[in-house]
Design a protein around this ligand. Structure first.
Ligand SMILES: Nc1ncnc2c1ncn2[C@@H]1O[C@H](COP(=O)(O)OP(=O)(O)OP(=O)(O)O)[C@@H](O)[C@H]1O
Ligand code: SF4
Ligand SMILES: [Mg+2]
Length: 408
């Protein structure tokens, strides 16, 4: 039995109907994805800005579950510039991993699907729209153009194979054509050395359980870097490690970034990690971006009440508080998201106009964008130029009845 919007539970009959509908929809997606000999015109595209390595453009990634459609990523737009680190932050379940898994086409299928929007990935001047790229092409892009460091090193490594063999396999699979076993092993040793493993030949002959957590995470990073990807996704790369090892791994990522000039998408709950590492920050809430900007924009001029809440719930050295702030309430049910601001029911700054439709994006500066009615009056002209006319009509009508400015 499943919960249904505003009432008790889904009946078994209703659940069967949903699952039948889902099957129909996901089969269509799967058919499209598995096509062979797809003409390039369907998936080769142009970057909006040639300075970007990746552009997410109105990405929608959904899961078709028996309880209904989970809109895990619901209209996400942001850029990953060449050689920069973009931090993605937000609480558990807000869609950070689903965003990055969409870029790798690694959503759990068939229920997980990129439904609409584009993800443009620049590979040496050739730009792929990942949302339309067929499976066979994707295999070549994964690892070579973009690769991922997962959260838990013990689950990313196979316990029954030696470290060296596992790294060899990655290299052989992606760029091993015409290379001898010895050449591949040499590349493995280089990759292990690059991530600061001193006794790399010895470690190559060990099994994962013989290494410490920090060493295992280094190996996982070596595997991700082995084929020199231009984009590295690091999904909570330090969460499973203790604090001193965390600091070492962050130093390593920073050092590697300057050595190989790759772009990093750094996903984390930890604002401290973002502050140390990121050039740009994207704040997600319930499948959408509520605020994005440079690290300076977000840390010195946070605008969205959710970002302000995240900042306030972080301990600060030297500031004495009796208890840490916690954002009240909880995230709305992902199967039935409301049509007003998703943060409204938890927002301590809400106004009467917040009952209107989901707020449009408002540009606070060239780099800083926020989705919140609080900034509507101040930036009305810009918002009117760029946003959806219906949304603005609601905002205008609602705002007319209330002073928006200055009651923060
Ligand atoms: N395989 C799946 N089937 C159904 N729903 C899923 C699946 N994977 C993720 N989701 C849903 O998608 C939403 C976003 O999940 P996601 O894993 O991206 O969160 P996250 O921001 O990475 O959270 P965390 O910080 O806990 O890793 C959640 O509501 C989650 O329940
Ligand atoms: S739109 Fe309103 S409810 Fe939503 S975050 Fe802004 S102030 Fe809060
Ligand atoms: Mg995650």
């Amino acid at each position: 039995m499943f919960r249904k919007k505003g009432e008790g539970y889904l009946t078994a009959k209703e659940s069967r109907r949903i699952s039948k509908e889902n099957r129909k929809i996901t089969e269509e997606f799967e058919k499209k994805r598995k096509r062979k000999n797809v003409p390039e015109s369907e998936y080769i595209t142009q970057m909006r800005d040639p300075n970007n390595e990746v552009e997410f453009d109105d990405l929608h990634s959904y899961f078709y579950t028996d309880a209904g459609v989970v809109k895990s990523v619901d209209g996400v737009t942001f850029d990953v510039p060449i050689g920069k680190t973009v931090g993605i932050v937000g609480e558990s379940g807000c869609g950070k991993s689903v965003t990055s898994l969409s870029l790798m086409q690694l959503l759990q299928r068939p229920q997980g699907q990129i439904v609409s929007g584009e993800i443009r990935l620049n590979r040496g001047g050739k730009v792929y729209n990942i949302a339309n790229t067929p499976q066979e092409i994707m295999q070549d892009l994964r690892g070579n153009a973009v690769s991922m460091i997962f959260q838990e090193p013990m689950t990313s490594l196979n316990p029954v194979f030696k470290i060296g063999d596992q790294v060899d396999e990655v290299i052989a699979l992606h760029e091993g054509k015409g290379k001898s076993k010895e050449e591949i092993r040499r590349q493995t040793i280089e990759a292990l050395e690059l991530v600061g493993i001193a006794n790399s030949e010895g470690v190559a002959n060990m099994y994962p359980h013989e290494l410490s957590g920090g060493m295992r995470q280094r190996v996982v990073i070596a595997m991700a870097l082995a084929c020199h990807p231009r984009v590295i996704i690091a999904d909570e790369p330090t969460t499973a490690l203790d604090v001193t090892i965390q600091a070492q791994i962050l130093d390593l990522l920073r050092d590697l970034k300057s050595k190989i000039n790759a772009s990093i998408m750094l996903i984390t709950h930890d604002l401290g990690v973002i502050a140390e590492m990121a050039d740009y920050v994207v704040v997600m809430y319930a499948g959408r971006i509520v605020e994005k900007g440079t690290a300076e924009d977000i840390f010195y001029h946070p605008a969205h009440p959710y970002t302000l809440g995240l900042m306030a719930s972080k301990p600060v050295v030297g500031r004495e508080v009796s208890e840490l702030y916690s954002i009240p309430g909880k995230v709305p049910n992902p199967v039935n998201m409301p049509n007003y601001c998703y943060f409204r029911d938890r927002c301590e700054m809400k106004m009467s106009c917040c009952d209107g439709d989901y707020p449009c994006e408002i540009r606070l500066s060239d780099t800083h964008v926020v989705s919140c009615y609080r900034y509507y009056e101040e930036h009305k002209e810009e918002a009117e130029r760029t946003a959806n006319a219906n949304l603005l009509q609601t905002a205008r009508m609602a705002a007319a009845g209330e002073e928006v400015k200055g009651d923060a």
